[in-house]
Design a protein around this ligand. Structure first.
Ligand SMILES: *[C@@H]1O[C@H](CO)[C@@H](O)[C@H](O)[C@H]1NC(C)=O
Length: 247
């Protein structure tokens, strides 16, 4: 009996094929980030978070500077996020983070707090319908102190975000509380080292991006430890943040 060299090569390859198929069935996560400038490129935590993804996990930062929950939908960004879910859910377990409030709460937004809550609920439901897991984040704190106390200026929208998550039964991660606790602990002058520009106590430079991306990653890992294979760890930075030590 004669074997062609090709058949001899093919046999072990075929034997390996079965476990490879099983591996392909285990989906890696995908994170799509919806939000305002405090998530977006050039001022937010989002790109820093995407940089932490590893082992086949993917992410896209769709944060949009100036966005409210209404303008994000009206302007097409929200459709782009849902399209990312539709196009990636066959290969990835998709998660959509939803973090707004900074612009929604301004009088100029034309939105009430109740409308903000309803918009978040609709977004979370649409993420579920699209086949992904929504994660509602409360608003990243601004970093302005008054007489030594951090100004709690995003309380109304953060409260509404919590109510929205509870109303539709989705995950809420309290970024507002975590970031206020940390920023209060480090104080005004340390907090100012994260400012995108001098006096801009809302937006983040690269240093601030790395710290608050770590904070978001740790909130997500605290919620779902199984994601640790997909998100790079930095125990030293995580410990500083958790302990309120300037990082
Ligand atoms: C929410 O709170 C902020 C800060 O206290 C305030 O400026 C804003 O007017 C409030 N927004 C609404 C719609 O009540």
């Amino acid at each position: 009996m004669k074997f062609s060299p090709l058949a001899l090569l093919a046999a072990p390859l075929l034997a390996m094929a079965a476990p490879l198929v099983d591996c392909a069935a285990a989906k890696t996560p995908a994170f799509f980030l919806a939000g305002d400038s405090t998530t977006a490129v050039d001022g937010g935590w989002g790109d820093g978070f995407v940089d932490l993804l590893r082992n086949g996990a993917i992410g896209q930062n769709k944060g949009h500077s100036g966005a409210t929950t209404a303008s994000f939908v009206a302007g097409g960004d929200w459709k782009a996020v849902l399209d990312l879910v539709k196009n990636n859910k066959a290969k990835h377990d998709c998660y959509v983070t939803i973090q707004f409030g900074h612009n929604d709460q301004k009088a100029t937004s034309g939105l009430s707090i109740a409308q903000f809550q309803t918009n978040l609920q609709n977004m979370a439901n649409e993420v579920k319908s699209a086949g992904a897991t929504p994660i509602i984040l409360t608003s990243l704190t601004r970093r302005t102190f008054k007489s030594g106390v951090l100004d709690d200026s995003l309380a109304n929208v953060s409260e509404a975000a919590k109510k929205a998550a509870a109303a539709v039964g989705v995950t809420m991660l309290d970024l507002n509380a975590a970031s206020r606790k940390y920023v209060q602990a480090i104080g005004q002058s340390n907090a100012d080292t994260y400012n995108l520009a001098e006096g801009d106590r809302t937006h983040l430079n690269d240093h601030g991006m790395a710290v608050f991306a770590r904070m978001v990653a740790d909130l997500i890992l605290g919620w779902k430890p199984a994601l640790s294979a997909s998100i790079t760890r930095d125990e030293a930075l995580s410990k500083k943040i958790a302990d309120g030590v300037y990082a």
